[in-house]
Design a protein around this ligand. Structure first.
Ligand code: GLY
Length: 355
């Protein structure tokens, strides 16, 4: 079992059966009511494994939410709060979020606001949630099409990452999570980037060690700046444009996977990094070539640029209506709070479509 100390909780990576979950359930939360939040996929594929492994969960209340980013809305939280009220769940209760990023983000918010806050733990089941959403204390829901517009920082009691859940990882889910891992390499570790590049041709190269390294990179940044005043903004590389593109597809009611939007965001923000003389041509080319070979080209057109640019105005890093971006200085090093004009974003979008 590989253990990482986070702000005020522990992240364990390894088989759930060998983790300290049993200890937690049998001691601190022995007398607590347990609620497991699932979606239709984790209910079908992961829940039985969890419940049959821990007798303490035999009487847990199971609450199922519909899967998909389009359901990451406050209305869903209200339904869960009503269910918790009906089950007479008190403040000593424990919510276990078993799922991808939608479940861990939304479950964290639900737990943190119910009766002013009850405990929660995250058991991420997708690669994306393992390396990003489940760690770092960002909870939230979208407001209409705008990503994570409503939320708060709230830290889980523990995070258990069991790579065994990835046994059936299909190519799309692999790429979905890989985008965030590549981002970790790009903003802080050249070697991580290099190793991750080899995973595309051979998924078996995606070892538990690489997952650990990504979680470590994220965790170190979060520890240095838990509430995103400065350093943590680096974790948003690729996300100013990526989220704006994701919102565009949410508005069209044809949502795309977060990682695919972030891959496009990385390409466009890499181009802006070049145009603003932060990154060298040679490193720009390396990133551009790899991401464009690995990820499908998204199908928006120049007619959609105004909408995408308008969506960037909701980015949480903006200051006084000015879009502020995270840009790359080199592979492994990023700079935050760079003001970027609409023209620059438009030229990045144009370059993406041409490439
Ligand atoms: N996903 C970016 C962060 O947690 O800060």
């Amino acid at each position: 079992m590989y253990s990482i100390q986070a702000t005020n909780y522990t992240i364990e990576i390894g088989s759930l059966i060998d983790s300290s979950l049993a200890l937690l359930l049998g001691s601190q939360f022995k007398e607590s009511k347990k609620i497991i939040l699932v979606d239709e996929n984790t209910k079908q594929f992961c829940l039985e494994y969890l419940i049959t492994s821990y007798q303490e969960l035999a009487f847990a209340e199971i609450i199922e939410l519909p899967a998909g980013e389009e359901n990451k809305q406050l209305e869903m939280c209200v339904q869960v709060w009503e269910a918790l009220t009906e089950y007479q769940i008190d403040r000593k209760a424990l919510i276990i979020n078993l799922g991808g990023g939608v479940i861990t983000d939304m479950g964290g918010l639900i737990a943190s606001l119910y009766k002013r806050g009850i405990s929660f733990i995250n058991i991420p089941t997708t690669l994306l949630a393992m390396v990003d959403a489940s760690v770092g204390g960002k909870t939230g829901v979208d407001l209409g099409i705008f990503k994570n517009q409503i939320g708060l920082f709230a830290f889980p009691k523990a995070v258990f990452i069991d790579p065994g859940f990835l046994n059936t990882l299909d190519n799309l889910q692999f790429k979905n999570g890989l985008a965030e891992m590549l981002k970790h390499g790009l903003i802080s570790d050249l070697n991580h980037w290099k190793k991750l590049k080899t995973c595309v041709l051979n998924h078996e190269n995606l070892t538990d060690e690489l997952i650990q390294l990504s979680v470590n990179i994220k965790n170190q940044i979060v520890i240095s700046d838990p509430f995103e005043v400065n350093e943590r903004k680096k974790l948003n590389f690729g996300h100013t444009i990526g989220h704006a593109i994701e919102s565009f597809y949410l508005e069209k009611k044809t949502p795309i996977l977060h990682g695919l939007a972030i891959a496009a965001g990385i390409q466009i923000e890499n181009y802006i990094s070049l145009q603003m003389n932060f990154i060298s041509q040679i490193e720009y080319d390396e990133i551009n070539q790899f991401i464009s070979q690995t990820y499908p080209k998204l199908n928006f057109t120049s007619e959609n640029f105004d909408q995408i640019i308008s969506n960037t105005k909701q980015d949480k890093k903006n200051i006084k209506n000015q879009v502020m971006m995270v840009l790359l200085k080199s592979i492994g090093s990023a700079v935050v709070d760079v003001p970027v004009t609409e023209e620059m974003i438009r030229s990045g979008l144009n370059n993406y479509l041409k490439g």
